[in-house]
Structure formats: C-alpha cells, structure tokens
Ligand binder design. Structure first.
Ligand SMILES: [Zn+2]
Length: 323
C-alpha cells in the first residue's frame, strides 16, 4: 500500500485540478467571472430583454413581409455557442420571432441543443437560422448529415453575424455558410461604410439604392475558406473607398463581403455579417434586409442568385462621403 501511495497522489492531483477547473468559474484579469460551459454562458450573457427593449425591436420590425408565403413556414432558430457568446442573441431571437408574428410569414422555434439536428425532427422546418452561433461542433456524424442534407434537399439556411464562426472541422459546412471568420478589423465600436454591390437586387431593396454607414462589428474571412464571387451573389460589401474603412487593414483596399446569397443543391443560403450589436436589431432597414433574406432562404421570395462573377456587372452604390 505504502509503496503505491506517492504514485497515486502524483496521478490524482492533476485529475483533481482538471476537475476543479472544469466545474468552477474563474476570475479574469478584469475581475469578470468567465463561465466555462454553454449553460453558464447562457445564464450570464443572454439576459432577458426588458419591456422598453422589446418595444424598440417590435416597432422596428417590418409590418409586412415582401413575399406572400407559398405555404405555412416554420423556422428553427439555433443559437448555441461553444465559443464567444454574443449578447445580441437575445435581441435577434426576439426580432425573428416578431418578424414571424407581425407579418405572418413564418413561425419560429428557438433551440440550443444539438439533438435538434435529427433528420426526422428537421422535416417540420423550412429554414434553419444560425443566430450568432460560434464554435458549433456536431456531436454525431448523423447531425452534420441532417444539417447538410436539409439544405441540399431544397430547404433554407440563414445566418447572422457569427454564423460564419463554426464548423472548423467540417469544411463543407463552412462552405455552405460561405466563409470562416478570421478576425474583425472593423470593431463594434466603429461606424463603417457599406456599398451595395448590386443596388437593384431584390434583397437590397431595403436600402433604396444607396450605400450607407452603420455601426457594427465586421468580419474578414480566411481567404482559403471564403467561397467568393464565383459562387456567391454578393449583395453588400465594406466600402473601401472610404479611408476610415480601408485604413483598418494594411493589405487593402480589398473586397470584404458582408451579405450574400447562394444556391446549395436544391436549397438556398442567405448570410449577413450584421448582428454583433443589439442595436442592429433596432434598425428597421437592416431588419427588412434580414427578413427579405430569410424569405429568400425559405423559398418564398424569388431572388437572382447567379454568382456575382457571372452576373451582369452593376455599378455599386457607394456610401455617402461624410459620416
Ligand atoms: Zn461579433
């Protein structure tokens, strides 16, 4: 017994430490406690909206959908984060619920457990919306297959902001969204210029043919992951004609796409990088763009998804000069 004792301590100590770290929160240098798992994150970060916040969103959501639904539609809004958790998830979930309630264009189920990615369960939905999900990692190959087959089989995928920060081990799923997060040189504290790559496109109707400025955090994508204009119809990009935007990178100006659509098998994908901040979901014009994108993904709003590289060349609508 005695001879084994020191060895047992040597083995047990790291195990005990590992257990302590995995089951408790710890303080960061800033004094904030940092939760260790999704359930803790959810409780700490996704605080309920108050009545005033809900009213701002309700008032900003369009009263009417652009397209009449072809049939009764149901959306699965998935908001699980195994990486960074965006506080704006709560605003976005409510905004999408309100879009459905006010317009009658769809109903919404919210979910944050991977078990919903089951082929049988997904049959009831017409679109999956990834609301700021991060680090999504399917627990079983069947879940990845159910997700991929859902879109390829003719249904829709929509993504807000961090929807492009998932599936690191599944390049096909990254390609389905359109690109993989590679930092955000345009931080959420800044107001940035955006151009409409395709001012007359039906999914850009919200912007009235004008480029614009908006405060939000904007990603760039890992170059080898970004599907690009050969496959994507790019709707909105950062306006690199504005020094304030171009000076954030030292290898620019270069194109940084912000909203796009593409066809995937028989299905449709809409992605927008807008949505880091709660205030983006208070903005009637952005909400209209999102609703139109969702209706495209659902198959209710017809939109030209010819890749930008093959589409007739439209002059972009640039942002106004001064902000
Ligand atoms: Zn963000």
């Amino acid at each position: 017994m005695k001879r084994g004792h020191p060895k047992q301590i040597f083995i047990r100590l790291p195990l005990l430490l590992a257990k302590a770290v995995s089951t408790t929160s710890f303080a960061t240098a800033q004094g904030n406690t940092k939760p260790k798992n999704w359930e803790d994150h959810k409780l700490m970060t996704l605080t309920e909206l108050n009545d005033a916040q809900r009213k701002i969103i309700t008032d900003a959501v369009p009263d009417k959908a652009t397209a009449k639904p072809i049939k009764t539609r149901k959306i699965l809004v998935f908001y699980r984060c195994d990486g960074f958790v965006h506080k704006s998830i709560t605003s976005a979930n409510f905004a999408v619920q309100e879009m459905g309630r006010k317009t009658g264009a769809f109903s919404v189920d919210l979910a944050d457990e991977y078990k919903v990615f089951d082929a049988e369960n997904l049959k009831q939905y017409d679109c999956i919306l990834l609301n700021n999900t991060t680090g999504m990692t399917f627990q079983k190959p069947s879940q990845l297959n159910a997700f991929m087959d859902f879109v390829a089989g003719g249904k829709g995928l929509a993504g807000f902001h961090a929807a492009s920060d998932n599936f690191k081990r599944n390049p096909a799923a990254v390609a389905l969204v359109g690109g993989q997060f590679a930092g955000h040189p345009w931080g959420g504290g800044g107001t940035w210029a955006f151009k409409l790559d395709d001012p007359d496109h039906v999914l850009n109707k919200a912007f009235g043919g004008q480029g614009f400025w908006h405060q939000d955090e904007i990603y760039q994508y890992q170059p080898d992951s970004f599907v690009g204009p050969q496959k994507l119809r790019v709707l909105i990009s950062l306006d690199m004609n504005q020094k304030k935007v171009a000076e954030r990178i030292n290898d620019g100006p270069r194109d940084v796409a912000v909203s796009w659509i593409h066809e995937a098998g028989e299905g449709r994908v809409f992605y927008t990088n807008f949505g880091h901040r709660d205030q983006t979901f208070h903005h009637p014009v952005i909400l209209r763009h999102m609703l139109d994108g969702i209706q495209y993904a659902l198959g209710d709003l017809e939109a030209d998804a010819t890749p930008s590289a093959s589409a007739p060349n439209h002059p972009p609508a640039l942002a106004p000069a001064n902000q």
